[in-house]
Structure formats: structure tokens, C-alpha cells
Design a protein around this ligand. Sequence first.
Ligand SMILES: [Zn+2]
Length: 484
Amino acid sequence: MIFNFIQTQFVLLKTNSGDDGVGVAIALTFMFVMLLILVKAFIDFRRDLAAEKGNAKFQDVPLRRIERILAGADEILRFRSPYYNRLSDFGKKRFLKRLRIIIAEKEFYGKDGLEITDDMIVLASSALVQLTFGLESYFLPRFYRIYIHPSIFFNKLLESNLRGSTSPSGVIRFSWRHLEHGFQDEDDGINLALHELAHALMISVESGDTDDGHLSDGLFMITELGRKYRNDIKAGRYESIRPYAASNDHEFFACCIEVFFENPERLKRDLPEVYEAFVWMLEQDPHNRLGDYAAPIQKREFSIKRKLRLKPDSHYNYVQTMLIAGFLLCWIPIIMINIHVETSPLPVALFAATLAVLGFILFFRKLVLSGYTDFNIFLLFLVIGWMSLTMGAGLTLNYFVPVYRMSELAPVSDYFITPEKKLRVLIDGEETRAITVGLEYRAILDRCKPHCEMTIYQHYGLFGIKVVDEIEVFESNEGSDQYQ
Ligand SMILES: [Zn+2]
């Protein structure tokens, strides 16, 4: 019995291969299509860049550079950012952690021949950290390209010279001269970087990029206040706010944010309602200089979405969600492979490899380069989270979407019960191979023994993995009864 088992195991190792040409072809096609998509994305990306006037230099910050920039960021910010300087050591650490993620997430380009320096990357990113320091969600993912011009630049669309611009398509532009100056003079209520990022924040909230109703409530409140005070601002009644703020809702929001950070006392004195609305919306109080700008803690309405956030930086929620979901659902790929898949390991391995490479490309930069996780946690995420979920979904899809159907008739040579309480049936074809079926076939096989035959209906699914749909067992003598 033991010998028989070992022998059959040996047969199993030897077989289940050689007849999977179709499967491998489909799996390779899938890989090829994924590769084409990648190549196309890359070509589009290069074309986008080439279409940009002024020969933008590609400045996607590589890991080594991120490490170097981060090593010098504290010094740069101590020298240049009064906001950063007043933070406690704990606050500074939190600030730098967010800064790192932003530097890894955004792409920085020098325009009009400008060579991007660490100072530029740190200072431009720091404005975003500053603006959203009180919030859980701080990435403004829509705005991922930052162009820095040496000085004023010409905008063809508006036909004018600009110091900065923010386009809903996801590009923010700065004149470095003005960006730098914005941080130099703290009390003048002018800060180009904060101004443009305020536009970016408002566009993000208006387009529903953030799932936080709190932000849209705050924006609504501030916009209403802006309309209320528009005429007074236009008339120059307030020392703190320049008349340009009265141009429209967007400029009101952006100009007020500059004063909110640079001169909170004056905004509080001139327009206390507006000041309080910003404290409420941005959940920080620049006036509270000794307490890391903490604002009074707000009571929030209960929301499942918020409760599900396991870490405050909501942009990365999917990491935890995918880990937990992958952990809970990892039985799907295991069961799919155990029950339905009758194939050589090659198409499955090709499919898994494609998914692994895809996961690596999609998440490496976001998770590892950003400093969000170390490499070991990243691998855990890739295997338990990403691979488990995509394999489960892929195998399910493969099962339900047939690409190539076939059936074959073959004599049964032997069968035995596996430790998982399944029936492993050896069938004779050009070479012996095994197929796993449910225990319910045992009675039929016992009855037709030793002249059993099987018809196996199979298909290759969407990803080239072979799946058994149905089998019929009957006695091989002509005219014998058929069992099902
Ligand atoms: Zn503006």
C-alpha cells in the first residue's frame, strides 16, 4: 500500500506536463500584453515630457538621492522654514516623515534649463506638509508633477507671465526665485508655494479626490465667508489681505492661507470668522506656536470609512486593507488551485510571475522608496496582500472565462484517496497522468473496475490555466451503462 502510494506520487511528479502548450501560450500572451501596456505607458510618459516646452529634465528622485535629501532636510528647513523651526523635536520628526513620502511620491522637474537642487525639492515639498500638517490625508495625489522655473515664466493659455500656476491636470509650477522669497520674509503674508498648494487643495476637495466630508464642509464655509467679505477686501479695508483675494473664490482661499500661516495674529484680528474656519478645516492653529500648531480636537461624526483607517495617513490605507483582505481571502487561490486546476506548474508559475512583477512595479516606489515600509514588510505585503488577492481573483476569472475548450476520453488505470479526501485518478493517455476528482466518484469507479473510462471536459481559462469542468465515468465495454 505504501509502495503503491509512493509509486503513484512518483507518477504524479512525472506527469501532468507536456500537454500544456495551449496554456503556456495563453499565459505568455497575458505576459506580453502586460509588457505592451508597460511599454506604452513609458512611451506616453516620454512623449508628455518631450511636449513640454523648455526641455524639462527628468527628476524622478531615486532612492539614493531621497536618502541624501532627507539627511540634509532638517538643516535646510531649520535655515529656511520658520514654521518647521518652531516645531518640537517630536513635531519635526513627524514633519520629516511626511516630507519623505511626498518627495518620493511627487516628480520634480527643472524647467528653462534649471538644475533642480535638494533645497528646491525640500522647500517645495515642505509647503505641502505645512499646509496639510493637521490633516490625515496629505498627499493631494492628483498633483504629482512639480515644475520649477528659475523665475517668472510665460503661460501660453493665459498669455501672461506668472510666478506660479496650478493646473487641475495635475501640474504645479513655481518660479524658484519667488518660492524662495516666500519663505524668506515670514510676516509679509506672501508665500507662493503655500498659495499654489492651497489652489491644489481646493481643486482636490472640489473634485472629490478626498473622501473626507470635513474638508468640503470647511471649504464651503470659507467660500461663503469670502463672498460675504469680498467687497470690503476689494476696497482694501483689511491690512492683512491683499485686494487680489477678492478676484474669485479660489484666490480668496489661496490668499487667505498665505496670511493664515504667515501672519495668523493679523488674520485673527481682521477676520476672526475666516481664521476660525481655517483652523477648523485644516485642523491646525498657526497661532499655537508652542504646541506644534495643534488645534482643538474636533468631534467627528461616526463614519465607517474613518473607523476603517488603521493608520492616520489615509493615503496608504490600502496597504493594511490589502494585507488583511489577502490574509482572510488567501484560501481562494489555494482552493482554486486544489480543486479546479489540472495543469502543469508552468502556466501557473508564469501567471504568478507576471503578477509579482506587476505588483513590484506598482508598489515599490510608493512603499519602499517613500520610506513607508522597509523591504521585508514590502515583501510581506506583496505576497500576502497583493499576490493572494490577485491570484485569487485571477484564478476565479480564469475558471469562469474559458478561452479554449476540449474533451478527451481515457481509460482509468488506478485511483486512490488523497490525504485531503479527494480521489486521485490515474488515467492512461500518451503518458499516464493524474486528475483529482470528488469522492463521490468512488462508488462509480468501484462498480466499473477494472474497465473504467473517463471523459474529461476541460478548458484553458483567461490566463492559460487548465481547469476541469466536468467528468463522466463509465465502463469501457461497449453498450454498458453510463454513470454520472
Ligand atoms: Zn492664485
